[in-house]
Design a protein around this ligand. Structure first.
Ligand SMILES: O=P(O)(O)OC[C@H]1O[C@](O)(CO)[C@@H](O)[C@@H]1O
Length: 322
């Protein structure tokens, strides 16, 4: 079943009474849900969205969860115990569960009423990757429950984003190499952005830099930067600023103006400069994170290579009990 058929079927089963959507996962899979949470918070008048790290969902189940809820659980490997447990808990409460995974043998599938076995890797079209599928699911849920005025524009964006990304990846390749050479000995990075992309600042910090490079990192919302964090700004501290196209661009540009004056180690990744502006104004902001994820992957690959620290290296995950 495709995205549209899945949502249509759930809507029929629930007699058109879906009132909330929960987005539940861990780590990188959770990060991929942030654009959908932002989208529903921004665009829905009635449909409520909740986003949970899976173990919190399991231990602190929301009281609203029930027969009018759709719970989307994503797990790349499909066997992360807390994500599987979250899907199980959701089913026990009578919710409709949608599981996304890259593993056809995933335990998650045992508790998924509907499932998507998604594509992964450099060769795949990003619209078949989990971030875009989850966004499409939430757009479809909004459209079917209360209507979404920019539905056609969103579908056009979905058709265009992969081409934009492929061109942008070529564009940033040399910059990523310069970045990696310049910052190869740094031990800490701050990642700034806003809007639908904030989850990917968090994701680049916790997954790409901390998990995959064992570097210290923190995400800072561009809007929050001026409410505490900017006090650490100096010429020695590296910042990576992802500038969105769309409504929150002003927040990112404000951070850029400040950093241009008081910092020296600033890497800017600007979605507009990378060509996202061909997507309609009404929906472009929701596609920034899809672009940024692919672009920061080029940066992390370059950094991993110069640091001689392969992205797969772990010291605890899968090696010790936790
Ligand atoms: O998406 P999965 O397979 O549930 O994995 C979650 C795990 O994957 C990562 O996101 C990336 O390895 C980890 O942070 C996390 O523990």
């Amino acid at each position: 079943m495709n995205v549209q058929q899945t949502i249509q079927t759930i809507n029929e089963q629930a007699n058109g009474k879906i009132s909330e959507v929960y987005l539940v996962a861990c780590g990188g899979s959770l990060v991929d849900m942030y654009p959908s949470k932002y989208f529903l918070d921004s665009e829905a008048k009635k449909l409520v969205a909740g986003m949970y790290t899976a173990n919190e969902f399991v231990h602190a189940l929301p009281k609203r969860l029930g027969a009018h809820s759709v719970v989307i659980v994503c797990s790349h490997g499909g066997n992360t115990p807390e994500s599987v447990a979250a899907a199980k808990s959701a089913k026990e409460k009578g919710a409709y569960t949608i599981g996304l995974t890259h593993n056809s043998e995933a335990s998650l599938l045992n508790y998924s009423d509907y499932s998507f076995l998604y594509e992964w890797g450099d060769e795949s079209d990003v619209k078949n990757n989990p971030m875009a599928i989850i966004l499409e699911l939430t757009v479809e849920l909004l459209q079917i429950t209360e209507g979404y005025a920019h539905y056609p524009a969103f579908q056009n964006g979905l058709g265009a984003i992969n081409g934009i990304i492929n061109r942008a990846k070529v564009q940033v390749e040399p910059r990523a190499q310069v970045f990696a050479d310049r910052y190869r000995n740094e031990e800490l990075f701050y990642i700034l952005t806003s809007g639908a992309s904030y989850g990917h600042a968090y994701g680049f910090a916790i997954c790409s830099l901390m998990e995959m490079q064992w570097l210290h990192a923190a995400s800072i919302h561009s809007g929050e930067f001026f409410h505490g964090p900017f006090e650490v700004t100096d010429k020695e501290t590296p910042f990576i600023l992802m500038i969105n196209e769309g409504r929150t661009r002003a927040l990112d540009e404000r951070a850029q103006t400040f950093l241009n004056q008081y910092a020296e180690k600033v890497e800017v990744i600007d979605a507009k400069e990378l060509g996202i502006g061909t997507i309609a104004d009404e929906v472009v902001e929701f596609f920034n994170p899809v672009l940024f994820y692919s672009i920061v992957c080029v940066y992390r690959e370059a950094l991993a290579n110069v640091r001689n620290h392969p992205l797969e290296t772990r010291r605890y995950m899968g090696k010790v009990a936790y």
